[in-house]
Design a binder for this molecule. Structure first.
Ligand code: FHN
Length: 444
C-alpha cells in the first residue's frame, strides 16, 4: 500500500513538473531574436504540394470524395514531379519579396515528403525517389531564406491516430482503435528527423488540432484528446531552440507556442468562419491566404485574386502587425502555374519599390482607418492610402507626436495641418497610385 502511494506521488509530482514546465515556457534568446526577425520579414510563401495534387481537386480530395485510404494511397505510385526545381521555387519566392517559405512536409493524407524511417508512405517510395524537404532545405539555406515546415497533427490513414473521435477521415476504412501513445511517438520521431537532418529550421507550422474539437465558434472547443503539446513543443525547443512553433488551432495561443496564425482573415475579421480568436498581443501573428480559392492544386478553380487585392492584404496585415503567408499549390509535375508566377512577379516588383514601407516596420501603432493603414519605422509613419475616399484631405484622428513633414513617396512634399483632434493630409495635385498611395510622415 505504502509502495503504491509513493508511486502515485512520483507520478503526481512528474505531472505537476510537466504541466508547470509547459506553463512557464521561457523562450530561449535565439527564439526571441527569431520572433523579431519574423516580425521584420512580413511576407512568406506557403506551399501545398504532394500526391494530393495529382487529381487536381485540392488537398482534401481523399476526404471530400470518400476515397478509402488503401485506394487513395495508390497516388504515391504516380507522384513523379520531374519538373520540380527547388532553385526556381526559392528564387520565385525571393523575387516576390518573400522572406520565408512554409512547406508542407506531411498533410492530413499522411504522405511524408522526406526520407523518413517511420512511414513507408513517403517520397522515397514514389517513382521520384528524391527527398523534397532536403532539396528545399538545401536551396533555402543556399539562397538565405528561412524554411518553416508544415506538419499535420491529423492523419487520415494511420490506425493509431485517434480516428474514432476525429471529425474527418471517417471514410478511410479504418477498423482498429486509435492509440495516441503510439501516434505521439510516431510524430516525435518524425519531428526529430525534420529538426535534425535538414539544418536550421525557421519553425514548425502545426495543423489539424481542430479535428478533435467542436466546430469553430462553438462555446466549448476543448479537445477530445490530450495532444501532450508539452512533450511535442518541449522536443522541438530542445532540438532547435530558435525554431518557432505555431499551431493552426484557430484559438488563443497555447503555452509553448511562439507565434499565432489566422487563416484567410486578418485579426478582427471572420469571413472564413475560422477566426473567432483574438489576436495575441505578445506573440508575432501571421495570416495565410490562397491565390485562388484552393490550397492544393485545383484544375477547376479560376477565382484568382488580383495583384492589387493581394498587395492590399499584405499592406493591411503589416498595418496590423501581421505577417502574410501567401499560398501556391504547385502542379503534380512540379511546375507552378503561370497565373501564380505572374502574380508573384508583379507583387515582387511592387515590393522592390515599396518594401521599405513594409519590412522591418511595426503595425498597430496607429489604428486602421477606412482609407487604409499606417506602418511605422522609428520616427517615420508610412501612411498607406488604399481607398482614397474623395478629393478631400485624409484625416488621421488622434495621431500622437508632432508631424514635421509629409511627403508623397518618391515625390513632392504635401501640405498638412495638425490640430488637437488629429491631422489632415492634403493630396491636392497628387496623382493617386493605382494600388497604394504612400505618404511618409516624419515625426519629431
Ligand atoms: O485543412 C487544412 C487545409 O488543407 C490547409 O492546409 C489550411 C491552411 O491553413 N489549414 C487547414 C484548414 O484549417
Amino acid at each position: 500500500m505504502k509502495r503504491i502511494k509513493s508511486i502515485a506521488l512520483v507520478f503526481l509530482l512528474a505531472a505537476i513538473a510537466i504541466s508547470s514546465q509547459a506553463q512557464t515556457y521561457t523562450p530561449a534568446p535565439e527564439n526571441i531574436k527569431a520572433r523579431q526577425q519574423f516580425r521584420d520579414d512580413k511576407f512568406g510563401l506557403f506551399i501545398h504540394w504532394g500526391p494530393f495534387s495529382i487529381p487536381g481537386a485540392g488537398e482534401w480530395v481523399m476526404n471530400e470524395r470518400g476515397i478509402p485510404y488503401n485506394n487513395y494511397k495508390r497516388l504515391m505510385d504516380f507522384f513523379n514531379p520531374i519538373e520540380f526545381n527547388a532553385e526556381q521555387w526559392v528564387s520565385m519566392a525571393k523575387n516576390a519579396g518573400m522572406k520565408y517559405i512554409t512547406l508542407i512536409t506531411r498533410h492530413h493524407d499522411g504522405f511524408s515528403m522526406w526520407d523518413t524511417k517511420y512511414s513507408d508512405y513517403n517520397i522515397m517510395h514514389s517513382p521520384y525517389k528524391k527527398d523534397i524537404v532536403k532539396m528545399m532545405a538545401d536551396e533555402c539555406h543556399k539562397q538565405g531564406i528561412q524554411l518553416f515546415l508544415y506538419y499535420s497533427l491529423l492523419d487520415w490513414g494511420r490506425d493509431d491516430y485517434p480516428h474514432e473521435t476525429g471529425k474527418t477521415g471517417q471514410h478511410a476504412g479504418r477498423t482498429g482503435h486509435g492509440d495516441y501513445a503510439s501516434y505521439l511517438q510516431f510524430m516525435k520521431n518524425q519531428l526529430t528527423e525534420l529538426l535534425t537532418n535538414y539544418g536550421t529550421i525557421g519553425g514548425i507550422w502545426f495543423d489539424g488540432h481542430w479535428d478533435q474539437t467542436q466546430p469553430e465558434g462553438a462555446a466549448d472547443r476543448t479537445s477530445r484528446i490530450n495532444w501532450k503539446y508539452d512533450e511535442i513543443y518541449g522536443l522541438i525547443h530542445k532540438l532547435q531552440p530558435q525554431a518557432m512553433i505555431g499551431n493552426n488551432h484557430h484559438m488563443t495561443p497555447f503555452a509553448g507556442e511562439d507565434f499565432q496564425m489566422f487563416e484567410k482573415d486578418l485579426p478582427g475579421e471572420n469571413k472564413s468562419g475560422l477566426s473567432f480568436q483574438e489576436a495575441s498581443l505578445q506573440l508575432p501573428v501571421e495570416t495565410c491566404e490562397t491565390m485562388n480559392n484552393s490550397w492544393g492544386f485545383n484544375l477547376n478553380d479560376n477565382n484568382y485574386k488580383t495583384v492589387k487585392q493581394l498587395i492590399h492584404y499584405l499592406v493591411k496585415g503589416a498595418g496590423r502587425d501581421v505577417n502574410f503567408l501567401l499560398n501556391v499549390g504547385p502542379m503534380p509535375n512540379g511546375k507552378i502555374q503561370p497565373e501564380f508566377t505572374d502574380t508573384l512577379k508583379a507583387i515582387g516588383q511592387w515590393m522592390q519599390a515599396n518594401g521599405e514601407t513594409i519590412y522591418g516596420t511595426r503595425g498597430n501603432i496607429y489604428p486602421p482607418q477606412d482609407w487604409g493603414v499606417v506602418t511605422v519605422k522609428n520616427k517615420t509613419y508610412f501612411v498607406h492610402i488604399l481607398q482614397p475616399n474623395s478629393d478631400g484631405p485624409i484625416f488621421m484622428p488622434g495621431i500622437k507626436g508632432k508631424i514635421i513633414s509629409a511627403t508623397v513617396r518618391g515625390g513632392k512634399k504635401i501640405k498638412f495641418k495638425q490640430q488637437a483632434e488629429g491631422a489632415f493630409l492634403y493630396l491636392d495635385g497628387v496623382q493617386p497610385d493605382a494600388i497604394d498611395t504612400i505618404i511618409e510622415l516624419q515625426l519629431q
